[in-house]
Design a protein around this ligand. Sequence first.
Ligand code: ZN
Length: 248
Amino acid sequence: MEFTERALILKVGRFREIDIWVRLATPSRGVFTAFAFGGSKSRRRFLGCLDPLNHVLFHFKKSPRGEYLYLMEGSLILSHPHLRTDQRMLGRAANCLKFYESVYEGPGGSREGFELVSAALSVLDTEADSSPMFPVLFRAKVAFVQGYGPALSTCPRCGKDLRNAAAPVFLVEQGQVACAEHVQGPGRRIPLGREALDILRAVKAGLPEDWYALVPSPVARRQLYDVVDGMVRYHLGLAWEDGRFQRI
Ligand SMILES: [Zn+2]
């Protein structure tokens, strides 16, 4: 069986003499590893393709018993040249990709997730003034795309507009933001001021190009870190440990 699909290259490694393994993110098959036999020699089949951060159109072939996917040839769509030469942007991109890999590992793909991570890399490649919070906001957006994350407009108990409510609180385990009068039940509670709330709303509603440059005040930054950590831990089951996101 053969097919053609777009992919983002997350990692590349060599095995044996001239063969290459490639860790890929794809829109319909999730994150997986494929093999390019003779990849380090075959310039014609993979011209400029086999590097991390490349967006490539690959032709794949399944091994006879269906255990492996081989890369037959590729054509480069985007290489993100500016991103590669800027250590700060590269760090932000690497953080986003590690998170993406943890969430989308395995056979189920997500076209929306793939378009999101592609858009994130494009923004980091083209906009020199992205926010240091970009990876945190990206994690929030992935959670929203996955269907997690609280409603951000009204208190679920009284319907009050949260932007006008005094001291709303994110109830982590309940996955809700309630007004101060309706903070009930057990579990972790994180205050969510108006600035942090507005930023979350912008992230939920928009694409990376709409929120990449948002730089919160120190108080809002702290709240956003805690809220996103709560969403990612409790609803996606991931935590940052030993330099990567791990299942908890
Ligand atoms: Zn309320």
